[in-house]
Design a protein around this ligand. Structure first.
Ligand code: MRU
Length: 338
């Protein structure tokens, strides 16, 4: 499986997630501003992917601000702050930027080596988390092959490779344990319809799309054995920020007594925040909701509340699964915080 992000002689190559599913093409990003723009347009998106892109952008900055072997650290730190601020909710971005800044004293080569280490680890950690999650799902669910419900895109596009929740679905499918994957179209930017559908088709996994509001109805109708989603930030008490629409699936899963499993690398854990109430939720432009593809779907002048994420309280989460294994939010994440 080719990686969704790579470093080629100072250029960040990344799959252009705005072009899919119509076209598979690579972005070639040469500057910090180009990377910030790609992250903000969601051409690079998904918590782990923006973390890796952010780290590589700091490496570009360190190169650009080094003359005669002297690195202008103040200039690099200022650009690093702009990169970390490009999107506020997924903690992976600021985590990765902070991690590479930790070796800035070693110069641009050290920053690049650290960024490439984050890239390599992302694939390894997500494969490991996906494997643990697949094991858990097989233990939790009696009926097999499984009917799974997921949301947004948590696959190879949202990470360096393989994916988190969609990675677990890949593991289960390879084991012949998947009957069908349902997924929400993921309004407003259709990460489910455009990206998850593309990845599931590519992997040959049976799938059907739902409008987002049909997810709770599918759960109530007994059509789902397990919900598997990713995360943008998991707090010390186990509250989970993820793509808008996740919370309603968690409520419906709880009501239907269906397991609700979150799969994420440990770089998504933020034990500095006590609860989801402290998470900054990105609000995006009203135009993403009042129109699509250049076509207005609401009368001119209609205002909109357009949060990119919501927070699912820990009590609705069956388990948060990372590369280290299974964590029950209240018990284990609380311990990590102390
Ligand atoms: O706005 P997006 O598309 O970046 O939102 C992505 C999600 O909410 C994903 O579920 C999350 O980042 C996990 S990706 C492995």
């Amino acid at each position: 499986m080719t990686r969704s992000i790579a470093w080629q002689d100072g250029v960040i190559e990344a799959v252009d997630q705005c072009a899919l599913p119509h076209e598979f093409r690579l972005l070639r990003l040469r500057t910090v501003d180009e990377v910030i723009d790609a992250i903000q347009r969601l051409a690079i998106r998904g918590a782990p992917a923006i973390g890796v892109a952010g780290a590589l952008a700091v490496a570009q900055s360190a190169r650009a601000h080094t003359r005669d072997a002297v690195c202008d650290e103040l200039a690099v730190r200022a650009e690093a702050q702009r990169i970390a601020d490009a999107r506020p909710t997924a903690v992976n971005l600021s985590w990765a930027v902070r991690r590479v800044l930790g070796v800035l004293g070693g110069g641009p080569d050290a920053v690049l080596a650290e960024a490439l280490q984050i890239l390599v680890e992302d694939e390894e950690r997500n494969r490991s988390a996906a494997g643990h999650a697949a094991d858990l799902v097989l233990r939790l669910c009696g009926r097999k092959p499984l009917r799974l419900l997921t949301h947004c895109n948590t696959g190879r596009l949202a990470t360096v490779a393989w994916g988190t929740a969609l990675g677990a679905i890949r593991v289960l499918a390879e084991a012949g344990q998947v009957d069908e994957v349902l997924f929400g179209e993921t309004r407003p930017l259709l990460q489910g319809a455009r990206l998850t559908a593309w990845e599931l088709a590519e992997a040959g996994i049976p799938h059907r799309m739902l409008v987002d509001s049909a997810g709770p109805a599918a759960l109530a109708a007994g059509m789902v054995d397990c919900v598997l989603v990713g995360a943008d930030r998991v707090c010390a008490n186990g509250d989970v920020a993820n793509k808008i629409g996740t919370y309603s699936l968690a409520l419906a899963a709880s009501r239907a007594r269906v397991p609700f499993v979150v799969v994420a690398p440990e770089s998504t854990l933020d034990t500095s925040l006590a609860s989801g109430a402290d998470i900054v939720i990105e609000e995006r432009a009203a135009s993403e909701v009042t129109g699509y593809g250049g076509l207005a779907v609401a009368p001119a002048g209609t205002g909109a509340f357009n949060p990119a994420f919501d927070v699912t309280p820990a009590e609705l989460v069956t388990a948060v699964v990372t590369e280290s294994g299974l964590f029950h939010p209240q018990e284990t994440l609380g311990e990590l915080a102390s």
